[in-house]
Design a protein around this ligand. Structure first.
Ligand code: SF4
Length: 694
């Protein structure tokens, strides 16, 4: 404090990085943010934080932020700075002309998991009520859309079942496809505290993550499976539980559909699903799998935590359902210490999904074909809602290259960097007549834009984020928006420009509308959020105080549903030309494609994406730590520096995707989850060879 001077005022708000949702006190001197102090009363963090939330806020006042709207006729022209009125009028004229010429389904948009619930709700409202189409999707398409599908199918709603406090009552913690130490650091600390106090640990991950290596924790079982074989290993675990009589039949009879359970149990009990048989597929020795299965089924309260290592596969939705099957089969649902817990990546990915960002769902996960749900929205908005689902992001891009999709409004998402098959994304964007990018920086996607609308940071707006435990938390304005408008105001002005009569004066009015239209939010309002600090949905007549734990007396869908999930190998295969499997992840000090963290001082901790290689694979190619290597797949190639480490198994290489210089997604495949099109980022057959550098 001495060095930076005494703050003149402070505002309590919510971190805009990951799905933990830590609360901070933002300390200001004049209009300058000087410090972010973790807030002791924050329900998700209790005074703790990680480096990103505490130090990585310099991007908010970074010189590269675009503060003036810009337009251009064609993407080969230079940008022209214009007033808000001119930019919005120009965008609206192009959108209206395209709708009049090609029809409403030639338009669409993408909401952002970085923005608030209120902003996200408005974007999907603009697209549904203004453009007249369900062509709305969100960046969850490329991360947790399988969670949406899998948990809705098995439990009846698309959300994690527990609050973070629940981990303090767990006896066995199973972590699959997640690296909480890097991805969700503050929650990881709570998990580690419980593990140090005696809880047992099972880690299913191709890498020896920090949880596996930590000398103070030591996983009881590490199952280093071959990338792409999650369903095979979960089926083998289920086989042991069923065939050794370890299933909780009393729970299943009371809470689940018994016939569906019987059918599933018969399936997993087949000899071809035994750990011994499947070891050849997943690469994990049978005794380790048997030990892990016995521990999970008999060790007391068993909780499952998972991340993108589960969802970003061609069997992502199947894996989520296999996890749900495992929790139900062992009776680990509906009380503290148990449950199925997706570790949401972005700060508001839960909220973006809740707010109706998918082309088939209105807010609260109600299908657009549901006449009662549509009637509610139609009465409130005074427009007809299309009963047919709209296009997902990859389908919008396909339709653009086919010439039937012409215009897109993208808020807070750099699809060129974050979506798979970069060449396909670029071709789709280049084929459109009107691309509107609403963001903080001129990102890679903006290279294909005709209109750039400057965005506001979380420090410059009011609203709410919903974290991974369904906790709705206030985001409070710390400083005035440098661009002049909060993001919800930009969307409102665009809506007005195309002819809609919106007149919100504060995000609280948007939340009131969300509450009127969304049964799980009916008890949420700003007065309560200010008084109580946060609320966990569902908050309604049945649960007036909110719901820290879900499915307590019964599943949202009634009876829990067991779904047979047969292992299907990915179409991405290794071979003589591409003998290694690449999988990807995050590192602590960087965040996603790095748009924010790369523009802060802490980038010295992780300046570039690195390629982890096992010593045997590295030696075979004459590579050592620090050497440049060419990484190539059937899709493309890039160049990275090598780190030789036994964190990865022989045959597996690993990198992060934070830096545009690397563009890891140039090499990833265009295979995707069978149910949701979530890209298969976690499995790419590659070759690695020495290189002289980029
Ligand atoms: Fe922010 Fe997540 Fe770090 Fe908390 S753990 S400070 S929410 S990035």
């Amino acid at each position: 404090v001495k060095a930076i001077g005494k703050p003149e005022r402070s505002v309590v708000t919510t971190c805009a990085y990951c799905g933990v949702g830590c609360t901070f006190r933002a300390e200001m001197r004049g209009e300058q943010l000087v410090r972010m102090v973790p807030w002791k009363d924050g329900k998700a963090n209790r005074g703790h934080s990680c480096v990103k939330g505490r130090f990585a806020w310099g991007y908010a006042q970074h010189q590269e932020r675009i503060l003036k709207p810009m337009i251009r006729e064609t993407i080969d022209q230079p940008w022209r700075e214009v007033s808000w009125d001119e930019a919005l009028g120009y965008a609206a004229a192009r959108l209206n002309a395209i709708r009049d010429t090609y029809g409403r389904n030639a338009l669409g948009g993408i909401t952002s998991s970085r923005c608030t619930n209120e902003e996200t709700f408005l974007v999907q409202k603009l697209i549904r009520a203004g453009f007249g189409t369900n062509n709305v999707d969100t960046c969850a398409r490329v991360c947790h859309s399988p969670t949406g599908y899998g948990l809705k199918t098995t439990f009846g709603t698309s959300a994690g079942t527990q609050d973070f406090d629940s981990v303090e009552h767990s006896d066995v913690i199973l972590v699959i496809g997640a690296n909480p130490t890097d991805g969700h650091p503050v929650f990881a600390s709570r998990m580690k505290k419980r593990l140090r106090a005696g809880a047992r640990l099972i880690v299913i991950d191709p890498r020896r993550t920090d949880l596996v290596r930590s000398p103070h924790i030591a996983a009881d079982y590490h199952l280093p499976l071959r990338p792409g074989t999650n369903v095979a290993i979960l089926t083998a675990i289920a086989h042991v539980i069923v065939t050794e009589g370890l299933a909780d039949e009393a729970f299943i009879r009371e809470r689940c559909d018994w016939d569906e359970y019987s059918h599933w149990a018969e399936f997993v009990a087949e000899e071809r699903h035994s750990p011994e048989f499947l070891a050849a597929v997943n690469g994990v020795d049978a005794e380790t799998v048997r030990g892990a299965a016995r521990l999970f089924a008999t060790g007391g309260n068993g909780a499952i935590y998972y991340g993108l290592g589960v969802t970003e596969h061609s069997q992502g939705s199947s894996t989520v359902m296999a996890i749900a099957n495992l929790a139900m089969a062992t009776g680990n649902i509906g009380r503290s210490g148990v449950g199925v817990n997706p570790l949401r990546g972005q700060n508001n990915v839960q909220g973006a999904c809740d707010m109706g960002s998918f082309p088939h769902e209105l807010s609260g996960y109600r299908h657009v074909s549901d006449p009662a749900a549509r009637a509610l929205f139609e009465a409130e908005w005074g427009v007809a809602i299309d009963p047919e689902p709209g296009l997902r992001i990859p389908n919008m891009l396909d339709a653009a290259t086919d010439g039937t999709f012409k215009a897109i409004y993208i808020q807070g998402e750099d699809i060129l960097q974050s979506d798979p098959d970069t060449h396909h994304v670029a071709a789709g964007l280049a084929a459109m007549d009107c691309v509107i990018v609403h963001d903080l920086f001129l990102n890679e996607t903006a290279n294909y834009a005709h209109v750039f609308l400057p965005g506001s940071t979380f420090l410059e707006k009011n609203g709410t984020f919903t974290n991974a435990e369904r906790r709705i938390q206030p985001v409070r304005k710390v400083m005035e928006p440098l661009n002049g408008l909060e993001d919800w105001q930009v969307t409102q002005e665009l809506a007005r420009a195309i002819g809609l009569g919106w007149n919100y004066t504060h995000p609280s009015e948007i939340m009131d509308e969300i509450a009127r239209l969304t049964p799980s939010f009916s008890g949420v309002n700003y007065d309560r959020l200010d008084a109580e600090g946060s609320l966990q949905w569902p908050v309604n007549e049945a649960a007036p105080d909110g719901s820290p734990i879900m499915h307590v007396d019964g599943f949202v869908r009634g009876k829990g549903r067991f779904v047979v999930t047969d292992y299907v190998p990915t179409d991405e295969r290794t071979g003589p030309r591409f003998p290694l499997l690449l999988t990807t992840g995050r590192t602590l000090s960087q965040y996603n494609v790095g748009a924010q963290t790369r523009r802060t001082a802490n980038t010295v901790w992780h300046r570039e994406d690195l390629l982890e290689m096992h010593p045997v694979d590295a030696e075979n190619r004459g590579l050592g730590t620090g050497d440049w290597a060419r990484l190539a797949s059937r899709s493309g190639e890039t160049t990275l520096r090598v780190v030789v480490t036994d964190r990865v198994a022989p045959g597996v290489v690993y990198t992060t995707f934070h830096h545009p210089a690397t563009q890891a997604n140039v090499v990833t495949t265009d295979f995707s989850d069978w149910a949701t099109n979530c890209p298969e980022y976690k499995v790419t057959a590659v070759q690695v060879a020495p290189s002289n550098g980029p």
